[in-house]
Design a protein around this ligand. Structure first.
Ligand code: NAD
Length: 351
């Protein structure tokens, strides 16, 4: 298989990481051109080995050598570029969050045809432990699924030395705050672990902005969430309890759990050495028996793995990880969370 020829649009913080990741999988993908609006980032791209450097996405999209594009600009600027790329017949790997809203993802889907499109949030699903967990869930070892619990609160660190990025907690630049920035990884991870079987139907939610004492952690224009909680009911009677906060007045808390009628799995998202997935198993005689489902080094380069998955998807015509259908499911939850918090009521997902 020839490596898939990518153009990279946006050579900021995450664009540079894409470039490095692709260099580790030359058999699957290569970056043949980079576009950025800023001269220093273009110079950096050339220094990092880009064969061709453009000053705009339009010029890069017109380059006939490019088969696929990575769109690594903030969401508020990204959606229009994704639409242009699909119209020009390019496969598209776009950064997270997936889009500004679900209606935009439906527009991507309408243009996709036989092209491949996926979101960068899928990179968290390539951890070695994920396959073991999703197989355990698929085999019905936990009994009927009841609850997925996502509970992550990150402590506020020291006052920042650099100004915070303006897109980070902004509805117009990013489509939201911590929910879409990190909640997308949480949700993509948990949906993959449960084999995308959960069908969300309604949401009751609340969110809060960064607290006044930590105001310097957010740019002046910030108007979105830095902490949220949501109860998501699913069609099969399952529920997702979803909370994440950043810049929190609390020492770190992190727990992802899948609870069934006959067992519970407790795990951590992301890589790390000597990790364990705990399995509490129902026992009629003993009550609960605790075991280890999986243990080992959960180390992986998710970004590189996603390029390999994406290139194989293009070559074979199968769906990639974090494909548009999956993005739509997740984005509909985000839209419902914000709508529920705005109106103070339970909201139908996808309504
Ligand atoms: N910063 C991170 O750690 C991180 C991690 C994962 C994902 N992301 C996601 O990546 C996206 C970008 O974040 P970032 O931190 O890299 O932002 P950034 O501001 O550092 O970089 C964005 C770059 O895009 C360029 N750009 C904007 N519009 C362009 C256009 N039309 N054509 C060409 N270049 C254009 C800008 O000049 C800038 O260099 C965000 O959506 C974010 O959620 C960021």
């Amino acid at each position: 298989m020839e490596p898939l020829r990518f153009g990279l649009i946006g050579y900021g913080v995450i664009g540079k990481s894409h470039c490095k990741a692709v260099q580790t999988v030359p058999e699957a993908a290569q970056i043949v051109a980079v576009a950025d609006l800023l001269e220093p980032n273009r110079q950096q791209a050339a220094a990092d080995g880009a064969e061709k450097v453009y000053a705009s996405d339009e010029e890069l999209l017109a380059d006939p050598r490019i088969e696929a594009v990575t769109v690594a600009v903030p969401t508020g600027l990204r959606d229009a570029i994704v639409l242009k790329a699909l119209k020009r017949g390019k496969h598209v790997l776009f950064e997270k969050p997936p889009a500004m809203n679900a209606a935009t993802i439906e527009r991507f889907m309408a243009l996709r045809g036989r092209l491949t499109a996926a979101c960068g949030s899928g990179r968290v699903t390539f951890a070695p432990s994920v396959a073991a967990i999703s197989r355990c869930v698929a085999d019905g070892v936990l009994g009927p699924l009841r609850l997925v619990r996502i509970h992550v609160n990150k402590a506020a660190g020291k006052s920042p030395q650099k100004p915070p990025p303006p897109w980070r907690q902004s509805f117009c630049l990013n489509g939201g705050g911590i929910l879409v920035n990190w909640g997308i990884y949480d949700l993509n991870y948990m949906m993959e672990l449960t084999n995308w079987q959960l069908k969300p139907v309604s949401v009751m939610a609340q969110w809060w902005p960064v607290a006044g004492v930590y105001a310097d952690r957010a740019a002046d224009c910030s108007d979105a969430d830095s902490h949220f909680v949501a109860l998501i009911r699913c069609a099969g009677g399952e529920a997702i309890v979803f909370e994440r906060g950043e810049f929190m007045p609390i020492h770190g808390q992190e727990q992802w759990q899948i609870v069934g009628g006959e067992g519970t799995l407790t795990m951590k998202m992301g890589g790390g050495k000597d990790k364990a997935v705990l399995w509490d198993q129902a026992s009629a005689a003993e009550g609960v028996v605790s075991k280890t489902l999986w243990q080992g080094d959960d180390e992986f380069n998710g970004m590189a793995a996603q390029y390999v998955d994406f290139a194989q998807a293009v070559a074979t015509g199968r769906a990639p990880r974090a494909n548009l259908e999956q993005c739509l499911t997740m984005q509909r939850i985000f839209d419902a969370v914000y709508e529920s918090a705005r109106c103070g009521r339970s909201v139908q997902v996808g309504a």
